[in-house]
Design a protein around this ligand. Sequence first.
Ligand code: FNR
Length: 362
Amino acid sequence: MTYLNLHDLEPLARAKLPAPIFDFIAGGAEDEVTLRANRAAFEAIEFRPRVLVGVSKVDTSTTLLGRTLPFPVGLAPVAMHRLVHPEGETATARAAAQAGALMILSTMSTVSIEDVAAAADGPKWFQLYCYRDRAVTERLVKRAETAGYEALCLTVDTPRLGRRERDFRNALVLPPEAVLVNFLGEIDLESVDSGRFGSALAASAASLLDPSLTWESVAWLKSITSMPVLVKGVLTPEDALLAIKHGASGIVVSNHGGRQLDGSPAPITVLAEIAGAVGGHAELIVDGGVRRGTDVVKALALGAKAVLIGRPYIWGLTIDGEAGVTSVLEQLRLEFELAMALCGVTSVDQITRRLVRAPWLA
Ligand code: FNR
């Protein structure tokens, strides 16, 4: 796999995948304004680098919910890895473990909660959607807890599925290998009527989600598990404070990679105000458009403890399976270390707000 940076991976993956599958992964909601904004926002941030501070040793390690990680980049929950590689989430888990990186397993995985846990023993969290049937949700939570996942990440920006028009245009249908294995025996996916949604995929996902969800669900989750709960998909200080009030240990500032509400802001542009409101009462993670080591520095400077990447590692998985994901993580780690050195910082706690400027910051 020869490439210079994470941007190079997308055309390589595109050449390997059926067009509807590529579009499903690459695409965003409606006019994809938010999808583009996620990148543009990172590009609009500039550094205030410091010089002559002695950077012969740069320590990229950090802690997240009390766990030490070699560098502050984790794998975002992404549905159905077997769409792009036969080993699916097993390969991803092995690559994450090898890098010491956090993997957040999607509920919509194509390898089961237990088999992913058994594949590798790196740090793992479980991403949850709350389902109409609370008993189904509760069983998923218990399975994740028993299998050794360390935290629950409740995704809250998906009361309904965003309108991803590429999928409609392509009349995307799930190929047979994309079985949502965690639901086998729980929900009869065969019975889902795809007509209203134009794609069976959208229909099956949408039919599982509970649109009546409120903040009470966070407190309920806390009551049925001893795992810390994080809320993924927050974009305002108001909601960040509500998340903390209802017991969240962490918040993932995210717009679902531009796949839900088109017109929502790039998460990196709202991170600083959320960090200001939260004031250290919950750990902040940001995702959406992270493609460079410099982006990781920017995110930490604005208040994140760590970032997540979505599409880039899926492209790595597409191109070269486990080795592809390993390579993507290593590329970002090297870029992050270089960016720290060039910014004049030698540890992550030296990355502060004073290191960056951006049009939206006072
Ligand atoms: C996602 N994302 C997602 N999020 C989640 O909470 N549960 C899920 O099952 C999925 N599935 C999913 C599938 C695909 C194909 C994509 C691209 C994304 C969103 C994901 O966790 C993350 O927020 C974004 O992918 C981050 O943006 P980038 O890095 O892809 O720009």
